[in-house]
Design a protein around this ligand. Structure first.
Ligand code: ATP
Length: 351
């Protein structure tokens, strides 16, 4: 039932201002892409345009090779689950899930039998006779997911479906989504502003910034090899060392740091994820030395901020490993984790 979703050159203006300014996006059949972006970046607008709930000013939407642009929502083969489950309160859980099947013309008995199968998929077979008002928030979202899947959509659109749930329930829903993907392999476009969720749930993360997809790829690649400083910053990257690339090394106030891959010569900002930086004594094998200015908790870990000749740099260390503020320390920037963001970003950063 799943189909490849392809979005090309999507433009949407509100009051003359472009919110989407040429969005290109592809979700291969059976895969999950998380659309990640700051609040107001237009993530929900992309989903509404794919679902046919809004009309683009330019651009096209295809699913399974079929041009959906201009088709009404009910003829697109998409199903959407939003932040709120929007179940029918007067119908049982089973009849809520059977609803799209009944609308598609299935006989009542057949629709209910199929709906029971979908309820089992989301682990709620026992609650078929209940009314939505008696369910927890997590259970309601499970029913909403079952109802969306019952429609056999070519593309499943998820608009922050777990953002209203407690963290523990949200993690359960992430596991459920993984199970559903293994069982029925729908094509999923998931909108989220939660970096962790995007990383855990999706095959590919697409970052929407300034009306365009700034970068799309596996989450680890985006974190460690950002295409621009904007992507690096949006994904929480804390370390930026302005300088130049010369003869296979990055040259800055830290000196010459060898690079793991060839990079074209010219101005460039060295980025290294704080999670990859190690804190040592201020000895010879440190890539940077400085003074600890601040230590802040990050869950069980600690963020250590260090003033260096190249500006502030951060490391994240495990419990009990953080030095005290005021200590002189060394920082190791592992060679394999060094990445240079090229021009024009670098020129802007230097200027
Ligand atoms: N129908 C509309 N009329 C006018 N402006 C709109 C309309 N729909 C969305 N916008 C504006 O477009 C921008 C993007 O909205 P959208 O809801 O797509 O963003 P988002 O990335 O999903 O945000 P959030 O993460 O906060 O939900 C916002 O500035 C919003 O106010």
């Amino acid at each position: 039932m799943s189909a490849e979703l392809v979005v090309r050159g999507l433009v949407r203006r509100f009051g003359g201002t472009p919110v989407l300014d040429g969005v290109d996006l592809a979700v291969p059949a059976g895969e999950c892409v998380a659309l990640l972006g700051p609040s107001g970046s237009g993530k929900s607008t992309v989903l509404r345009l794919v679902a046919g709930l809004d009309t683009p000013d330019a651009g096209r939407v295809h699913a399974g090779g079929r041009d959906l642009t201009g088709l009404p929502p009910e003829r697109r083969g998409t199903a959407m689950v939003g932040q709120r489950p929007r179940l029918f309160p007067h119908l049982s859980v089973l009849d809520n899930v059977a609803f799209p099947l009944a609308v598609a013309g299935r006989r009542r008995r057949e629709a209910r039998a199929q709906a029971a199968g979908h309820l089992a998929l989301v682990g709620l077979a026992d609650l078929a006779a209940r009314r939505p008002a008696t369910l927890s928030g997590g259970q309601e979202q499970r029913v909403a997911l079952a109802r969306a899947l019952a429609a056999s959509p070519a593309v499943l659109l998820l608009d922050e479906p777990f953002s209203a749930l407690d963290p523990g329930v949200r993690e359960e829903m992430h596991r459920l989504l993984a199970d559903l993907r293994a069982a029925v392999a729908p094509t999923v476009l998931l909108v989220t502003h939660d970096r962790q969720e995007a990383t855990v749930v999706a095959d590919t993360v697409a970052v929407l910034l300034d009306g365009r997809i700034a970068q799309a790829g596996p989450a680890e690649e985006l974190h460690t090899r950002p295409a621009t400083l904007a992507v690096s910053r949006f994904l929480g990257g804390a370390n930026e060392v302005p300088g130049r690339v010369e003869g296979g090394a990055h040259v800055s106030a830290l000196g010459r740091l060898a690079l793991p891959v060839p990079v074209a010569a010219g101005p460039g900002v060295l980025v290294v994820r704080q999670e990859a930086v190690a804190v040592t004594g201020p000895g010879d094998d440190a890539d940077a030395t400085g003074t600890v200015t601040r230590v802040t908790p990050r869950g069980a870990r600690r963020r250590v901020e260090v003033a260096t000749p190249a500006g502030p740099l951060s490391a994240e260390v495990g419990p009990g490993l953080a030095p005290a503020p005021g200590s002189a320390v060394g920082l190791v920037l592992p060679v394999a984790q060094r990445w240079v963001v090229p021009c024009p970003d670098a020129q802007r950063a230097e200027g």
